[in-house]
Design a binder for this molecule. Structure first.
Ligand code: ARG
Length: 573
């Protein structure tokens, strides 16, 4: 038996529809809106009745007739204007739960192993990660896992901002401050130094055209491969990435590639020549532009600036060259950019230019944008003194607050580890549980709470099931055949059965919030089950064995769901 309950029911519905001579497109079951009356419902008769000019209740009744004697259903009835209400049988639910528990992927449908490139993070050299990077890292990592869980071949790339005038500004600043440096030498700098130097250099360049000229010259030297400029650049890049990786690792975020804007610069001249030859890149006032407007655009689409008058490439040029490199090196089916929604126009222009230039034939380009992390005032989150909140401080705060909830006594080492797991879970879950395009209000106290829709609540549910199972094992009790009967058992099985469709939908929509909503409802269904149905103290041995098996399934589903969100589950809490 295939593992997915919902798929099996859809198949039975489709067979019943066609046995009635009806088309099967609308033969789909959804969760019942009235769980006291039914487990699932099918609304498919109503649109059909309309197009066939028939009575919807009559149509539904014909379909019900075909279904009602099948062993999967306890009760099939017609309600309201023509809903089909489906009550599943205990046997069918039990079999489906057992099949799901036995499936290595818990029934998650495996797709062809196409490659998906995920671009997230995008930190710039010389700048520490800040609140703006939180969502890119957390959503990007979750999407990587949601794709991987469906058998897709994922390639995650951090896409460092390591090129352009900013680098020239810093290189020239270093030369001015350390005039005694010999060829190829770089002063010993820390990330804190860079963090101070960079804004000062940028401000000096802005204030003084002669200073800006130095920055331009340094940029040009770097771009021409000058060894001294390159040595300083390399050092700056290493210092930054080493510091940034501390936050990246704390967030348990994985990158397959640490490539950057610099890596694709050699591809730019050829790409531009190609786009010119195709007539896609055209001259305008000495610059090169790509017309990306399409008749019927519902938003303004200014042309994409490919090359400035002075020959300099731009942010969009680099993104186009990165598409060329990814197509060449990864042969992806899809490239997903997890980048601030405020860059929406940029990506629309880049994708359209890639299409006009035929740079990525057959590759789906998606901007999975996200809204801002906001303060209590609803405006982008700032520190108390109005500064940019650093990512390491946000992670630190989450860990600290989680630690306060966990212990009153002194922190032993593994308590610190635990605070880390819980704090990071809290931070991630709070971020992932709102739809990515909407911003959300950052509230450190709320997110670490063990009550309500939070990471620690779901984590705790998973840990609690683990300890029930451990207790059972200590007593020598074993899980056995699943035989669900109680309403709370049935509800938990139905909830677990939704995992495959939730993962498929979250993948299609690039929407980790669907997984976050889901794990929360599984945790709630478990808690109702645990209140209503004694496990270790069950009435009979068979009942206990069945409930232990159900605990095992719920734990596996929760652990998988949390993994998809990038959240690890501690052994105890
Ligand atoms: N470094 C860019 C910034 O700070 C973000 C990069 C996003 N990714 C991309 N492929 N454009 O705005």
């Amino acid at each position: 038996m295939s593992a997915s309950l919902n798929r099996l029911v859809d198949e039975m519905l489709a067979n019943a529809f066609s046995a009635c001579g009806l088309p099967t497109e609308t033969a789909r079951a959804t969760r019942s809106t009235l769980p006291e009356l039914a487990d699932l419902q099918c609304n498919g008769a109503m649109p059909l009745a309309k197009s066939l000019k028939r009575n919807p209740r009559e149509l539904a009744a014909e379909v019900a007739e075909k279904l009602k004697d099948q062993p999967a259903f306890k009760e099939v009835s017609v309600a309201g204007p023509g809903f089909l209400n489906l009550r599943l049988s205990d046997e069918f639910l039990s079999e489906c739960a057992a099949a799901q528990a036995a499936s290595p992927d818990l029934g998650i449908v495996q797709l062809p192993a196409d490659t998906v490139v995920l671009d997230y993070g995008g930190p710039n050299v010389a700048k520490p990660l800040h609140v703006g990077h939180l969502r890119a890292l957390v959503i990007g990592e979750s999407l990587r896992r949601i794709n991987a869980a469906q058998g897709l071949n994922t390639v995650s790339d951090i896409h460092l901002g390591d090129w352009g005038l900013q680098m020239g500004q810093l290189i020239s600043e270093i030369r001015l401050r350390w005039p005694e440096l010999g060829p190829g030498e770089t002063p010993d700098l820390t990330m804190d130094d860079l963090q101070r130097l960079y804004p000062e250099a940028a401000a000096a360049c802005k204030a003084d055209p002669a200073r800006m000229e130095l920055a331009r010259a340094a940029t040009a030297a770097l771009q021409a491969g000058d060894p001294d400029a390159t040595a300083i650049w390399q050092k700056l890049r290493d210092i930054s990435l080493t510091a940034q990786r501390l936050d990246i690792d704390l967030l348990d975020t994985h990158f397959d590639l640490f490539l950057g804007e610099s890596d694709v610069q050699p591809l730019i001249p050829g790409m531009i020549a190609d786009m010119r030859a195709k007539g896609v890149a055209v001259e305008s006032d000495g610059a090169l532009i790509v017309d990306v407007a399409t008749p019927g655009d519902n938003k303004p689409m200014p042309p994409l600036l490919l090359q400035k008058k002075d020959g300099a490439a731009l942010y969009a040029t680099t993104d186009l060259a990165t598409i060329v490199a990814r197509v060449r090196d990864q042969d992806p089916k899809r490239i997903v950019y997890v980048v601030d929604q405020r860059q929406e126009l940029h990506f629309r222009q880049v994708f359209k230019a890639a299409e006009r230039g035929d740079l990525a034939p057959g590759v789906e380009l998606i901007h999975a944008g996200f809204g801002t992390v906001n303060g209590a005032d609803g405006k982008p989150y700032k520190t108390r003194d109005g500064g940019v909140a650093l990512l390491k401080d946000l992670i630190g705060e989450a860990i600290e607050k989680a630690g306060e909830r966990l212990v009153n006594d002194d922190l032993t080492l593994d308590r610190i580890e635990l605070a880390k797991l819980v704090g990071v879970a809290a931070l991630k879950f709070a971020d992932l549980s709102s739809y990515r395009i909407s911003g959300y209000i950052y509230d450190a106290d709320r997110m670490v709470s063990f009550e309500g829709k939070t990471g620690p609540y779901v984590q705790y549910a998973c840990v609690r099931i683990g300890s029930i199972l451990a207790n059972a094992e200590a007593k020598g009790y074993q899980a056995g055949a699943l035989q669900v009967t109680a309403p709370a058992e049935r509800a938990l099985v139905l909830e677990c059965a939704r995992l495959p469709e939730v993962v498929a939908s979250a993948g299609r929509n690039n929407a980790p919030n669907e997984v976050a909503d889901y794990v929360f409802s599984v945790a709630q269904a478990f808690s109702r089950f645990y209140t209503d149905c004694p496990v270790l103290a069950a009435d009979t041995e068979a009942e206990r064995a069945s409930r232990l098996a159900l605990c095992g399934l719920a734990r596996a589903v929760l652990a998988k769901g949390l993994w998809l969100l990038g959240i690890a589950v501690p052994e105890r809490m």
